[in-house]
Design a protein around this ligand. Sequence first.
Ligand code: ATP
Length: 273
Amino acid sequence: STATLTEKDTKSSFTFNDIAGLKEAKAEVMEVVDFLKNPERYTKLGAKIPKGVMLVGPPGTGKTLMAKAVAGEAKVPFFSISGSEFVEMFVGVGASRVRDLFKKAKEKAPSIVFIDEIDAVGRSRGKINAFQANDERESTLNQLLTELDGFGKNTGVIVLAATNRPDVLDKALLRPGRFDRHIYLELPTKEEREEIFGVHLRPLKLSKNVDSSLLAKLSPGFSGADIANICNEAALIAARKNKKEVEHADFMEARDRVIGGLERKSKIISAKE
Ligand code: ATP
């Protein structure tokens, strides 16, 4: 469809306030915000500003959120594409799409280009994916490498990419001057889950029996995305029951649903392998 071919040039309204936990990762991406806001500080001393930063972590740990928050904090436009979109493209479209995206990003610089699921296009070359003409993916990857190398001097474009499979990435992507910086996002600890619940409970009308610390304790192994999901699902459940407030029991029902969904998902994944 043409919809997937129109990249989103969005103003991001996300800030670091929307991200709970992930203290170290936040501190590291704050540097990127400063590169975008005060490039002279670095270039004056002859420093080369990094072009590519890889956000590495399991699904739902906030990689997209982090990239949007960088754009929001630096107040720069955010251009995004997903590596998996390229899988659906006709031969030759991937490379030209990458070219167009970078052209637009440079015109609007300083700006962020965000490539989600970069492993879909940046898998080490030579491994054939049965669902996709391998040379098409390769030409898209080559175009991406060309773009990264192309902006030699500081053009004000910083590329953030996300992956949960750093192990399969083509080494060429990780060379100095490309995605040579990695920021790791881990699944949240119990304390961090409590903080994430804090963020997602904020907009809800809650009963006094809702306790974010208890909810965090009852959701081991959950990602930020799972927690966001539980909070919204709980509110939907309470609304369906015509309640005036969202109660602890609604969160438990929501949690079981999310767990059910996760189990189904992992069954599908293991069936694929
Ligand atoms: P995927 O790898 O599946 O694309 P991701 O790492 O990019 O996932 P996001 O899309 O950023 O994850 O997260 C999904 C949603 O989960 C966010 O929009 C947000 O609502 C919530 N979320 C994830 N992590 C956090 C966090 N640390 N603090 C607050 N909310 C979070």
